[in-house]
Write a protein that binds this ligand. Structure first.
Ligand code: UGA
Length: 436
């Protein structure tokens, strides 16, 4: 199949590269000439394990190309995937900003030749694919095409595996012809018996929001349970394990922590709330999850403050991990962007380490933060350590060494990486989330 991917951001790049790995001929188009040049040379602008290998291999084998030129890429395509960004609108009202989608459609529609399926891959509000169809007809009344919705469920840091071995693929289509093309594109996944859920277009668009919102609800639920566990002396980890063993509940996404972040859950929960509002409904459960998540970040600030004696002024806090989750350099809506400014405002000094995120972090965090290249250096002469992102390299720290260089051995573990009993035996004052 000949596939054109519009947009080489996170979703476009991973999807394009993985389709070429399936054996399809993929052309990725982006307006940023420098990015296209770098990608052609095998330089990948984001940190995503395994992606660089797939990109270089498929570029070398000539199945994956990068270009700024829409015309040729679109004319020859069996399917054009739209994977440009849909950030929260600048009005701050939670609506997804579809400017880039419509701009892309206006630009490429004129080049369509022969039958083409136009697929929205970006996360878009219900009705967008239909709006895309209207726009294509307006720009190119003779175009022979169908629209389809094929939402992505990739997790940053695990995107390649999520693409190659997904729990399911969702295809929202209205014509058999479009369904056949998408079936051919996803054939390697049919062969490994991946469930392919074929739905109408609106349903597919909504499935994406419902999935992310449900996961956000799960996280906020366990974070609320963690608070009550702390109050009554129960253990949220044991609780999550026990409820998760009930197959109807499932054990995933029940890890208490500093609140969810990233480029998806915060944005998509707000967008879903707006979709409800537009149709005269309110998404009360999702609204509550969003509120609980904001409160969770504030609670983490208090947790750190309480751990160091109620006042962070003049105290040095070592922060391990800045990105919203491990295995990514993404800082968008990372809990660190709320928690660290609040601590700095009260006079704390922060020494931070992150294995991949420091360059990005510096763009998002106040300039007073000192970044160091080694987690042990961050902990030297610190009044407390805060473990904020559960990178693997923080899972087996030499805790004796850390303790011996700190001013006071206080360890605030916002990801419950360590065990309270073990930490207390070493001599730490240990604070987790949902257990003591
Ligand atoms: C999320 C979804 O998991 C993907 O399926 C979806 O495709 C993607 O959004 C998207 O819409 O593009 P992602 O944001 O990369 O993926 O990361 P997650 O692994 O879902 O984590 C999101 C946040 O939840 C992180 O801040 C993480 O630390 C937090 N989290 C996750 C918890 O606090 N507890 C948990 O149990 C799980």
């Amino acid at each position: 199949m000949k596939i054109t991917m519009i947009g080489t951001g996170y979703v476009g790049l991973v999807t394009g590269a993985c389709f070429s790995e399936f054996g399809h001929n993929v052309i990725c188009v982006d307006k940023i000439a420098e990015k296209i040049k770098n990608l052609t040379d095998g330089i990948v602008p984001i940190y995503e394990p395994g992606l660089e290998n797939i990109v270089s291999k498929n570029v070398l084998e000539k199945r994956l190309k990068f270009t700024t030129e829409l015309s040729e890429a679109v004319a020859s395509a069996d399917a054009v995937f739209i994977a440009v960004g849909t950030p929260s609108s600048r009005r701050g009202d939670g609506y997804a900003d579809l400017t880039y989608i419509y701009e892309a459609v206006r630009e490429f529609a004129q080049y369509l030749e022969g039958y083409t399926v136009i697929v929205t891959k970006s996360t878009v509000p219900v009705g967008t694919a239909r709006q895309v169809a209207r726009l294509v007809k307006e720009v190119n009344p003779d175009a022979d095409f169908d629209v389809a919705s094929n939402p992505e469920f990739l997790r940053e840091g695990a995107a390649i595996n999520d693409f190659m071995r997904p729990d399911r693929v969702v295809i929202g289509v209205e014509s058999d012809k479009a369904a056949q093309i998408l079936k051919k594109i996803y054939n390697p996944l049919y062969l490994i018996e991946t469930p392919i859920v074929k739905t109408g277009i609106e349903t597919a668009e909504l499935i994406k929001y419902a999935s992310n919102a449900f996961l956000a609800v799960k996280i906020s639920f366990i974070n609320e349970m963690a608070a009550i566990c702390e109050a009554v002396g129960a253990d949220a980890i044991a609780l999550a394990k026990a409820i998760g063993l009930d197959k109807r509940i499932g054990g995933k996404f029940l890890h208490p922590g500093p609140g969810y972040g990233g480029s998806c859950f915060p944005k998509d929960t707000l967008a879903l709330m707006r979709i409800f509002q537009e149709h005269g409904h309110s998404a009360r459960i999702v609204e509550a999850a969003v509120e609980v998540n904001a409160a969770q970040k504030a609670k983490m600030v208090k947790k750190i403050r309480d751990a160091i004696g109620g006042n962070e002024a003049g105290k040095t806090i070592a922060v391990l991990g800045l990105t919203f989750k491990p295995e990514t350099d993404d800082m968008r809506d990372a809990p660190s962007t709320t928690i660290l400014p609040a601590l700095l405002e009260k006079g704390a000094r922060i020494k931070a380490h992150d294995p991949q995120g420091v360059k990005e972090a510096a763009k998002y965090l106040p300039s007073e933060i000192t970044y160091v290249e080694d987690p042990y250096i961050a902990c030297e002469n610190a009044d407390a350590v805060v473990l904020l992102t559960e990178w693997n390299q923080y899972r087996a720290l030499d805790l004796q060494k850390i303790k011996s260089t700190m001013i006071s051995p206080i360890f605030v573990d916002l990801r419950n990486v360590y065990h309270p009993k073990q930490m207390k035996e070493i001599g730490f004052t240990y604070v987790g989330v949902g257990r003591s």
